[in-house]
Design a protein around this ligand. Structure first.
Ligand SMILES: *Cc1c(COP(=O)(O)O)cnc(C)c1O
Length: 454
C-alpha cells in the first residue's frame, strides 16, 4: 500500500509537459560541467549549433518565421533594453525616460503611418497579448463570440484553449467553405443573427485568401457587434498593400505578430481608429498585461516599420509571388496543394495535402532531415481532434524571399521536396544538395543595410 502511494507521488513529482528525456540530457550535461563557466559555454554552444544549421544550411519554410535585418537584430541588444519604462509615454513612474518617450512615440507614429490608423500601441510582448487585450476591451465573461475552427485555420488565441477561452467567452464557429477556403457568407448571414456575437474574430494561422469583412461588418452592426481582425500572419502584406486593409473595410481593431510577414522583432502590434476604444484597449495593455515591455524591442519594431515603408512593396510582393510559384511547382510535380483552382494563395503561405506521404507530422520530420523546415497543419478534411496527426503541411516564403530567392528558386525547392517525398531518395543525400543550394543565399535584403537583391 505504502509503496504504491510512494510511486504515485514520485510520478506526480516527476511529471513534465516537456520531453523528460531532453530535460534529463540537459541535466546530465550540466552535471558533467566542472564550473558555472562551463555551463555558460554549453548554452552558447547550443545557440551556435542552431545558427550554423538553421541560420546557414537550411531552407526555412516555417510560415510564422521571418529573419530580421542586421540593424533590427542588433537593436535587440541595445542599451535601452535594460531601462525600466512602464506606463504611458510622458506619464511614467520613473524619471529619466525622456529619450525613451521620444523613441516610443516614434514607434507609435511609424506604426500609424504604416497601417493608416488613428491609434497604435507598441507594448505588446506578443500577438497573443494583443488577443487578450482585445477580448478584455470588447467583451465581458459569458459573452458570445464567433471564431473560425482549427481545421479551417483558426488559431487557439481566438478559441477555447486560448485568451478567448480564458476570458470565459462562449465560442461559436464562423461557417467556412472547405473548398473555397473562405468564410461561407450565406451561412454566416443565417447563423449570426441567431447568436448575435459581440465580436466576430477573424484570426487564422492557416490563411490563404481574403475575408468578406465589409459584408460581415454590416451583418453584425445590427446588434452592435464588432469584427476583430487578427492579422498575425498577414500584417506585413497588409502594411504593403498586398492583402485587404481590415480597418478600412470595417474591422474595429486589428492585431498581429510583428515577427511574421512584418519581419520585425517577435512581438505584437495593435491598431484601431475609434477613440472610444482607446481607454479600454490601452487599460488592458497597461496595467493588465504588460509592465516592463522591452524598450530594445520597441526600437527594433520602429526600425522594422521604417523598413516596411521603404521596402515593403518590393519585399511583400515577392513573398506572395514566391508562394504562388512554390504552390504551382509542388502541385505540378504531383504534391496536392490547397486552393489550386484559385491560384494557390494570396499570402506567404502554401498548404499541401500530404496524406499520401504519411501525413503532416511524418513529412515535416522527413523533410527536416533534408534541411527543409516546414510544419504539420490541420486542413479542412481533418477533425479538430486530429490536431496531433493532421494531413496538411504548411510552408511560407518569408525567409527564402528575404535571402533574395525568386520564382525559379521555388521550383528548385519543389524538386528537393519531390526527391524526398515521391522519389523516396534518402533525406541525407538530398540534404547535401540543399546545403550547396543555400550557400550563396546568406545575405538578407529589403532593408537599409543591404537594399534590394540584385
Ligand atoms: C501566430 C498567431 C498568433 C500569436 O502570435 P505571437 O506573435 O506568436 O504571440 C495569434 N493569432 C494568430 C492567428 C496567429 O497565427
Amino acid at each position: 500500500m505504502g509503496v504504491i502511494a510512494m510511486t504515485e507521488k514520485n510520478e506526480k513529482v516527476n511529471f513534465e509537459v516537456h520531453d523528460p528525456n531532453v530535460l534529463a540530457q540537459a541535466r546530465a550535461v550540466l552535471d558533467a560541467c566542472d564550473s558555472a563557466k562551463e555551463m555558460e559555454e554549453v548554452v552558447l554552444a547550443a545557440v551556435n549549433r542552431n545558427e550554423e544549421w538553421r541560420g546557414k544550411r537550411c531552407i526555412n519554410l516555417l510560415a510564422p518565421e521571418a529573419p530580421t535585418s542586421p540593424t533590427v537584430r542588433a537593436l535587440l541588444s541595445a542599451e535601452v533594453g535594460i531601462r525600466a519604462a512602464e506606463g504611458h509615454i510622458g506619464n511614467r513612474w520613473f524619471a529619466g525616460t525622456q529619450h525613451i518617450d521620444e523613441l516610443e512615440a516614434l514607434c507609435i507614429e511609424l506604426l500609424k503611418k504604416v497601417f493608416h490608423s488613428r491609434y497604435a500601441d507598441h507594448r505588446l510582448m506578443g500577438s497573443m497579448i494583443g488577443n487578450m487585450a482585445v477580448y478584455t476591451a470588447l467583451t465581458q465573461p459569458g459573452d458570445v463570440i464567433m471564431s473560425v475552427a482549427q481545421p479551417f485555420g483558426g488559431h487557439s488565441s481566438n478559441l477555447i484553449d486560448g485568451p478567448a477561452g480564458v476570458r470565459g467567452l462562449k465560442i461559436i464557429d464562423v461557417p467556412f467553405d472547405p473548398v473555397e477556403l473562405e468564410v461561407d457568407l450565406d451561412l454566416f448571414r443565417k447563423m449570426a443573427p441567431l447568436v448575435r456575437p459581440k465580436v466576430v474574430s477573424l484570426g487564422l494561422s492557416m490563411t490563404l485568401f481574403p475575408f468578406p469583412i465589409q459584408a460581415m461588418r454590416e451583418i453584425v452592426s445590427e446588434w452592435g457587434g464588432h469584427i476583430y481582425f487578427d492579422g498575425a500572419h498577414q500584417l506585413g502584406l497588409i502594411a504593403a498593400g498586398f492583402f485587404q486593409d481590415p480597418l478600412a473595410e470595417g474591422a474595429t481593431v486589428m492585431t498581429g505578430s510583428a515577427g511574421k510577414t512584418f519581419s520585425g522583432p517577435q512581438s505584437g502590434i495593435i491598431v484601431w481608429n475609434n477613440p472610444d476604444l482607446t481607454i479600454p484597449i490601452t487599460n488592458a495593455i497597461f496595467p493588465v498585461l504588460v509592465a516592463t515591455h522591452q524598450v530594445n524591442r520597441v526600437a527594433a519594431l520602429a526600425v522594422s516599420a521604417a523598413e516596411m515603408l521603404e521596402f515593403g512593396k518590393a519585399y511583400m510582393g515577392q513573398i506572395v509571388r514566391n508562394a504562388q510559384a512554390l504552390g504551382a511547382a509542388l502541385h505540378q510535380r504531383g504534391i496536392p496543394v490547397l486552393g489550386a483552382h484559385k491560384g494557390y494563395t494570396r499570402t506567404q503561405q502554401v498548404i499541401a495535402d500530404v496524406r499520401e506521404y504519411g501525413g503532416g507530422n511524418v513529412v515535416a520530420q522527413l523533410l527536416a532531415r533534408a534541411n527543409i523546415i516546414t510544419n504539420k497543419n490541420l486542413i479542412p478534411t481533418d477533425r479538430p481532434e486530429d490536431w496531433d496527426r493532421p494531413s496538411g503541411l504548411r510552408m511560407g516564403t518569408i525567409e527564402v524571399t528575404r535571402l533574395g530567392m525568386r520564382e525559379e528558386d521555388m521550383e528548385t525547392i519543389a524538386d528537393f521536396m519531390v526527391r524526398v517525398l515521391i522519389e523516396k531518395e534518402a533525406p541525407a543525400k538530398v540534404m547535401e544538395d540543399v546545403i550547396e543550394f543555400r550557400k550563396p543565399y546568406q545575405k538578407l535584403y529589403y532593408c537599409f543595410d543591404h537594399g534590394l537583391p540584385e
